[in-house]
Design a protein around this ligand. Structure first.
Ligand SMILES: [Zn+2]
Length: 538
């Protein structure tokens, strides 16, 4: 296998991809090279910017340079030492409707120039076409994929099998299932560019996830035409390993300045929000005054630094187990990105299945969007399927989460802890203490040191969806357990009535007694006296 995963978080992974020329690290961004109008040379991309791979278009090379790249070899022709991927002309089909080359010709050409990673001549689906037309692009791409395996001659090239279907998810699923039966080393998701240009990142989530669910998880996935730093972490989190982007150069030509929070027109900027070698010490006005060509190179270089810096941040986030936090941070730069993060709820089970459940660091919960995180889904499933309360426990005591953790050692819980220590053992074991917690729901006291139940920080006050989620978890827990009474310690300072009401309703439905005690720090003694009376009764 040419792809080896070293580390992962969510569906994102740091991996080693071995090509015939170089071993490169994923997630990997291939800057698009157009040899005739290239603002930054491929050699500098590698040596100064640290890009390990580039992509160029075999169709354009063939048309413009014919046999020159064959004679020199692709790497020498481009003067690039790293891995070189070639696209086949599919993008030109999308733009111009057709290309003057057959698949057999472009496959042979890629073999002769010596690409490391090469692509069949697929038919991109695009955005504004009918379902019937979309179905035709899927079928024709599949036909060509099968035909390709009869004609290819080189086995040292990694071949890409593109998945088409556009926004028609059933077609994407069909395309992915059938493509995965063919022995491609890499898959790619076609034509998301128009979707990204119209800011439909929620649709992009659907497309990527549909492809991902139906493709072999161990094969790398390339997202064609994507690589803007604002959306990179989202796509990586969904399991895209490879990206290519011409945006750095195209935007530069239009005086557009890329950042991890979006794109700015140069004329809108009074300051450069970037510490890269180009921007350090430079002023937007001075760059505006440059000659067109000089300005284009300046912006292309800054854009490349911006892409590379974000790629490195995303990799570090995977190492730290903080990719979710990173995606959320980026999502707050634009409503369309936040909509996409909210869409992850639909795919939470699949994401959880392939995410590591134990990490090196604690988790930050900012708001209800975090409820789809794999750790929350994992704990909910484990509690429901693999947990039963201690046998002698008759009374469920629900206590609010504490700011210090683990809960049972927290300062806020000290008096309660002493109270229980003083109870006679027989009575104590009839009471089962659980904490209600945002976002984990119900945490039995004996589990509160299990990762990540003590290793998370939550933003107060909780939003309504988070309270409702916890309320649902509490009600569900009461419903499926065998307690004969429930005592609820209500914390009016941090929780509204949603959780208490849900607990009361669940007890009413089971016809078991429900008692609620309002926690008020000034009346600690009265609270404990009341608790003692209630427990005696139970
Ligand atoms: Zn910069």
């Amino acid at each position: 296998m040419s792809f080896e995963v070293k580390d992962k978080d969510l569906l994102g992974r740091i991996g080693k991809l071995k090509t015939k020329t170089a071993t490169v690290e994923t997630p990997l961004l291939f800057p698009v090279i157009n040899p005739s109008i290239q603002p930054v040379s491929p050699k500098r991309l590698n040596q100064e910017f640290g890009f390990e791979a580039v992509i160029t278009n075999a169709y354009i090379l063939k048309k413009r340079y014919q046999s020159k790249p064959i004679e020199q070899g692709l790497h020498k022709f481009l003067d690039f030492d790293g891995a070189v991927m070639t696209d086949s002309g599919a993008y030109q089909i999308l733009i111009y409707g057709n290309v003057e080359v057959t698949q057999a010709e472009i496959v042979e050409y890629q073999e002769r120039i010596g690409s490391d990673i090469a692509t069949i001549l697929d038919i991109p689906t695009g955005w504004k076409i009918t379902r019937d037309q979309a179905a035709k692009t899927v079928d024709e791409t599949l036909r060509r994929a099968k035909e390709f395996f009869k004609t290819k001659t080189r086995d040292d090239i990694l071949w890409v099998g593109p998945v088409q279907g556009g926004r028609h998810l059933d077609l994407v699923a069909k395309s992915a299932v059938k493509m995965s039966r063919l022995p491609f080393q890499i898959h790619a998701l076609g034509s998301p560019t128009e979707i990204m240009e119209s800011y439909r990142f929620d649709v992009l989530v659907d497309m990527i996830m549909t492809a991902k669910i139906n493709l072999p998880i161990e094969r790398p996935l390339h997202l064609f035409g994507a690589g803007h730093p604002a959306m990179l972490s989202l796509a990586v989190a969904l399991g895209c390993d490879l990206f290519d982007s011409a945006a750095y150069a195209l935007y530069a030509r239009e005086n557009r300045y890329m950042t991890e929070n979006g794109t700015w027109r140069l004329s809108e900027l009074d300051y450069f929000p970037c510490p890269c070698p180009k921007c350090r010490g430079a002023k937007p006005n001075d760059v505006l005054a440059m000659a067109a060509k000089e300005r284009e190179v300046f912006l292309a270089e800054h854009n490349l630094y911006a892409c590379k810096a974000e790629l490195d941040r995303v990799k570090q986030a995977i190492r730290d187990g903080r990719l979710w936090e990173h995606v959320e941070m980026r999502a707050h730069a634009h409503p369309a990105l936040l909509s996409a993060v909210k869409k992850l709820k639909v795919y939470e089970d699949f994401i959880e299945k392939y995410s590591p459940s134990v990490k090196r660091r604690g988790l930050f919960f900012l708001d209800s969007a975090s409820l789809a995180r794999p750790e929350v889904v994992h704990f909910r499933t484990q509690l429901r399927e693999n947990y039963s309360p201690p046998k002698p426990a008759k009374t469920l005591l629900l206590s609010p989460q504490t700011r210090d953790k683990p809960f049972h050692k927290a300062r806020e819980y000290q008096k309660m802890r002493r109270f229980f220590r003083k109870l006679d053992p027989e009575r104590r074991e009839r009471v089962h203490i659980c904490f209600y917690d945002a976002p984990f729901g119900v945490i039995p006291v004996e589990l509160d040191e299990v990762y990540p139940l003590s290793q998370h920080e939550t933003a107060y006050p909780f939003d309504r969806e988070t309270s409702e989620y916890v309320a649902g978890q509490v009600a569900d827990y009461i419903k499926r357990s065998a307690y004969t009474s429930v005592v609820f310690l209500h914390d009016p300072q941090n929780w509204d009535n949603i959780v208490r009401n849900a607990a009361r309703k669940a007890c009413f439905a089971k016809r078991i007694p429900f008692e609620s005690i309002n926690l008020n720090v000034k009346r600690q003694k009265a609270i404990l006296t009341r608790l003692e009376i209630i427990l005696k009764k139970a």
